[in-house]
Design a protein around this ligand. Sequence first.
Ligand code: SAH
Ligand code: SF4
Ligand code: F3S
Length: 470
Amino acid sequence: METTTIEETKRQYAYMDEARQLVAGEAARLGRPLTYHVTTFGCQMNARDSEKLSGILEMIGYLPGEEEEADLVLMNTCTVRENANQRVYGRLGKLSSLKKRRPHMVIGICGCMMQEEDEVERIRTSYRFVDLVFGTHNIFRLAQLLTEHFQNRGMVVDVWEGTNEIVEDLPAVRKYPFKSGVNIMFGCNNFCSYCIVPYVRGRERSREPEDIIREVRKLAADGVVEVMLLGQNVNSYGKTLKQPVSFAKLLQEVQQVEGIQRIRFMTSHPKDLSKELIKVMAESDKICRHLHLPLQSGSTAILQAMNRRYSKEDYLRLVKCIREAIPDISLTTDIIVGFPGETDEDFEETLDVVRQVRFDSAFTFLYSKRSKTPAASLASQVPQKTAHQRFDRLLKEVQAIASEEAKRYEGCTMDVLAEEVNRQQQGMLTGRLSNNFTVHFPADPSMIGKILPVRLDQCCGFYYLGTPAE
Ligand code: SAH
Ligand code: SF4
Ligand code: F3S
């Protein structure tokens, strides 16, 4: 079962103290403060991990800086598809030349790619200039690893195969002061046959609800109005706890926290989405009107080969049920094209679901063969040309539907959380509706972090132009 180790947190704070002195020494030698830069690939989990890594780095005295000039550069990697890996190696090449000019620079790689033995081996042999290598299970150890590197100056490699530990209460730096991701669970037990995540993120582990609520309270006290609850399959949250709790119950508790005005979550697996959750969402005025519900394929045969454990009809039934209870919900999805054995007929089934459901947006991916996964050894891999043709057709369909659907709110006035200054147009802010659509509207930057009513004057494909109401 899960363990939450207060001792480990204490140990890591001691390492942060030690590292802080070493960093201060280096800063004195250089006559300026040291800077860091974290580059993040992949999903929201990685984004949140990077905030924790940045939190530790700032705690020990590093200031944020640009990659080209930073004294410490960390790459938090993703390996869900092959092209994610290629981007990391491309970037490593650039870092190598930077380090030739500035040899004191510390370069670290962490995240999902480093949970693969072959990749770590490749770094060890061909990228000797890398200083720190660690995985997904021990990011909380950054100060310890850095201390080791400063003391011994070699490449420090620390990758764990798995863990039962959930280390709480370490520092984190938030990208936005008014919204934050909150991990509610780690890992994944679903083993969809194409997916590498269960191998690199380990077994599913849920945090105790009290720990989650404590973190949300702390965030609210710190000015956060929106939380995004994070897990690979949030619908199975709490099932492995000593005292099992459902995700719907957790949501009910989170919405009691004073100051929290919006709650989002990612990702929902259709097989575990409960009636209880739909009811809690329908009755809530804080849970956002958005559900990301990955379809992956519309063909029941392919879904079975993917080990998704629902059929085309199950998915359509679920969507109907959700829409009946929450008519203003926005549905988005993920779809994979070219899974081994996918025939033209299977692909037509996917298009059929897309046309029936009419998603507000969909992330479409070309199937990518990942080592260790069962799908990698399937004989009937789809020819690249066929997969690309299907991908293009799907993308066109998805985009056409999404831009038609977006028009349904044109002319309405809806609440918007002002998130950032619009870099393209002076005097404009960019914000987000509860249903996750973005809106550009004229307002003062002092409104950032606030929720205000905005009239959606014009729909421009996948975003709106609006004006503040009143
Ligand atoms: N836990 C989430 C998804 C995490 S990965 C879920 O179950 O929905 C994000 C998306 O990447 C997946 O939804 C899937 O569409 C895509 N993906 C995962 N493995 C892939 C692979 N081998 N090839 C192509 N796309 C993949
Ligand atoms: Fe991968 Fe499936 Fe787990 Fe999502 S649910 S992370 S697609 S194995
Ligand atoms: Fe990528 Fe790891 Fe997320 S493989 S998608 S960063 S869990």
